[in-house]
Design a protein around this ligand. Sequence first.
Ligand SMILES: [Zn+2]
Length: 574
Amino acid sequence: MSATRVYLSTTIPYVNGRPHIGFALELVQADVLARHHRRIGDDVRLQSGTDDNSLKNVLAAEAEGITTRELVHRNASTFAGLREHLSLSFDDFIRTGSDPRHRPGVERLWRACEASGDLYRKTYEGLYCVGCEQFYPPAELIEGNCPEHGTPPQLVAEENWFFRLSRYAGRLREEIVSGRLRIEPAGRRNEVLAFIAGGLEDFSVSRSVARARGWGIPVPGDPTQVIYVWWDALGNYITALNYGSGVRDAGQRHGADYERWWAGADRRVHLVGKGVLRFHAVYWPAILLSAGEPLPTEILVHDYLTVGGARISKSGGTGAGNDPAELAATFGTDALRWWLLRDVPRVGDADFTPDRLIARANADLANGLGNLVSRVVTLAHSCRDGVVRPCPSPAGTSRWLAAAAGPAGRPHAAGPASQPAWPEDAAALLTAIERSPGIVRAALADFDFRAATAGVWAIVEEANRYVDATQPWHLARAERAGDREAGERLDRVLGALVAACQVLAAEIWPFLPDLGARLAAACNDSAGALPAPQPLFPRIQVPQYPATATRSAQLLSARAGRPALSGAGAARGS
Ligand SMILES: [Zn+2]
């Protein structure tokens, strides 16, 4: 059986401001899917990037008094830097403003739709939100304002190029209803189908050079217009694969990456926020249909995060407690990823506060998992000098899992013959271990990160219950008093617990790669024995402040070691 080939993408954000935690959610979700698929042996490519060609970037640069190029370069670097802050594993990162692969691909996509007769010029007047970079029909406005931004759109009248979207309503519907284009969760799929059923109108796909301030990719053959930034941005999913850059002499239409990762992939998966669903589930597939290229197979939609009850501003700017790089530096990448994966529901908005992140990390990572590993490794050292023969890992959770955690996660050296059998009273723990891979697989297929992490967490809970039930420190005392049977039982109990920790290291790795690697190092042999016990996840200590609206800022500044703030009302974010 050949490996499934999976191409995963995040959206590419505007770079008019700094990244916020809502985008971090999408990045982390995509990273988990990529790591999970790599681990089960699939062939995976994960792509992210930045949308540099937006008019919003032009306006932000004007406001700062710098060139658009300077602004884009500076901010795009901040987005690319999230790779380190969030421990992301993307294989490619495209900056649409400077990547040499992008413009030829966008032009090629334009030409392909033009050849299909789907592009035409028309004079148009409409209400345009620069924040969204889209026209709104009056019926979609809320009290005359953009539904996303709450700001009044501007009236724009000009001659533009239009795309014949109306032609593709039937085929789009068929792709979605048949499941060939899967949209998750189902509520979002229904939303798209309702939008299509309401009638699809052709949409403007260019801007006058004047209105775009000359920023963007010129329309091929029409230097008075630049290509609509959404057309440009959506194209990134294939331009990064060298769409349209085939070697003509070799008879290739496109680059090898395109043939491999788009045309030849089993799954083409886009992760998107609910606010850009229509662009990805209607406009983008229609453009691909027009160009005669395969459609995405899945569009996975996440909802939004609020921060301390307040909506994250979409037009840039980060408030206290909103910047993922700062949150990762303050609380740690593991804690931030864990909150995003463990607390954010599959459907519905979630509210982020540093308090929630701290509570979740301390309860799960410091107490639940940290205590488990600490107790097991400490016992292994105090009773067996760190030399424990783990029980055999059940099929499906065996050595490849440990190997996936990297060089630190070398499997235990002992061969199967010397491994103790699983104790009968560890049945519940063994069951949790056996079930976990299947639960994770099914949950991630459903784009349900909470359910996936719950599958892993069942092992932690059962393992802690097993420690409490077997009380191995009592067995150790009995052994020291000459009870040989207690000693033998201690071997098997420790064998079961070390095996559980080894499986956990591998199972948690796609979600928390850093912690997974530390755990693998802690519970696998190094030079014939387990390494000396070390805290896996130190509890996050926070000073006690009264709950106020500025608590986020207080927590951040306190954790960052800034001067202490005194009194409730005195505190202000920096
Ligand atoms: Zn808007």
